[in-house]
Design a protein around this ligand. Sequence first.
Ligand SMILES: Cc1cc2nc3c(=O)[nH]c(=O)nc-3n(C[C@H](O)[C@H](O)[C@H](O)COP(=O)(O)OP(=O)(O)OC[C@H]3O[C@@H](n4cnc5c(N)ncnc54)[C@H](O)[C@@H]3O)c2cc1C
Length: 478
Amino acid sequence: MRRIAIVGGGISGLSAAFELERQRREGAPVEYVLFESSSRFGGVIKTERVDDCIVEAGADSFLTEKPWAADLCRELGLEDQFIGSKDHQKTSFILVNGRLRPIPDGLVFMIPTKLRAVFFSPLFSWRTKLKILREWFDPPPAAGADATVADFIERHYGPEMVERVADPLLAGIYGASARELSVAAVLPRLVDMAGKYGSLGRAMAAMRASIAGNQRPLFTSLRQGMEQMVDRLLAQIPAGACRRPGTRVEAVGRESLKWQVRNAGRTEEFDAVIVATPAPGAAELLKTIAPLAGELCTIGYSSSMMAVLGWEEAVRRVIPGGFGFLVPRGEKLRIRAVTFVHNKFPERAPPDRALIRCFLGGSGDEAILDSSEDEIRTLICRELEQMLGIAQKPLFLRIYRWKKVMARYGLGHRARIERINHHLRSLPGLALAGNAYDGIGVPDCVRSGSGAAKRVLAELALVPAEPACRSEFPETAL
Ligand SMILES: Cc1cc2nc3c(=O)[nH]c(=O)nc-3n(C[C@H](O)[C@H](O)[C@H](O)COP(=O)(O)OP(=O)(O)OC[C@H]3O[C@@H](n4cnc5c(N)ncnc54)[C@H](O)[C@@H]3O)c2cc1C
């Protein structure tokens, strides 16, 4: 019997455990233990029911385009719980000089695909509009080194596209600014498109034409909230022997071809270990393996705050249609993005309730996580009144502080991941999973967890090896 430890019971670790459980049921001679330091599993996926509203503390959905989370849900029998985003009202806005400006039709992520709509939009100055027009005729550039997202987008569309669109969009996903993120890691598909077509606008328009008629919603969620996924996974992973909540792993090391896992003052021996914690924690656990730990600790992490507020019906009537809005840093506010949850998904709030999620923190404002609940309440109510004219007190406010949970893919990230993979090849039985490596969204984490499980099973010669597959497109913030 081979023993495998999984450290970290977020969606990545749970997906790894589920894959091991599946193989065990199919007869693989394997047993496993899922260690989780907190008393609950799920990590940043957490749902609460407040005043008949479904309140998401972390992820509220996943991108439908990425199949891994939906496939897992289907396997867990959750397909009848899928709800799609209400894309017929998917307009989103950007706050510009204190006013909400609709994101023009055809602006996909940050790429204009319909020149006419962009030209009539008040979102951009004439200078930017001319740059967008010229970009349509750009030739493919010579291949270059990795660049920041800000430099890449600025090259195509100028600084206003960075400040008003790219930066706030990515702040909501990575808790980082476009100046801190590697374009090769965060937007690999755009880099490929630019290499092939030159113009991102032309490339994206061609791609959209080829997938026209796709009726799938942009985002998928679950009727009772994202934690349904966690609950269903846990129902498959036997309690007791296989799960250890409230158990922090202190160190992972290697001795005579076995892996030693120290927890609660004792050391247990395993044939393989999957470390599914955020990268700085993984670096700490693996500090005796210096070259690997040295790479892991250079992956930056940001902290963020999610505040969810509910109001009565009168406020719902004041809130514009659409999924929500982004707040560029230049607006000098601390709320970075707002989602109108009752517009974005069905069944999240009763018809007589307004439900809003506000995203705060991220790089440049992590100090907000240390503010008191009263300070945050005052700040959020003041800014929402200023931006949306909501003067009424909320019926409820929930604040969730997420310390160092969002990976920041800085310059050279892909080269760093290649070096990490190189180190792992000389450490059979060790695998890493989580949002630090090859995609930050829930589907990426599912793929990373189950991929890590398959890899260690193959290394232990319990299943055949599978080729690796890369993720390609990040989430959008709203
Ligand atoms: C506010 C917010 C909103 C988001 N929204 C979306 C969204 O809408 N859509 C989307 O696709 N993605 C979203 N994401 C991203 C996505 O939810 C996360 O990237 C993903 O859930 C991370 O899962 P994980 O298992 O890799 O890590 P985590 O959820 O961080 O889990 C790691 C676990 O490891 C445990 N752990 C750490 N150290 C130890 C140790 N030494 N011993 C034992 N256990 C340990 C922790 O307690 C934790 O439970 C969001 C993230 C945040 C923070």
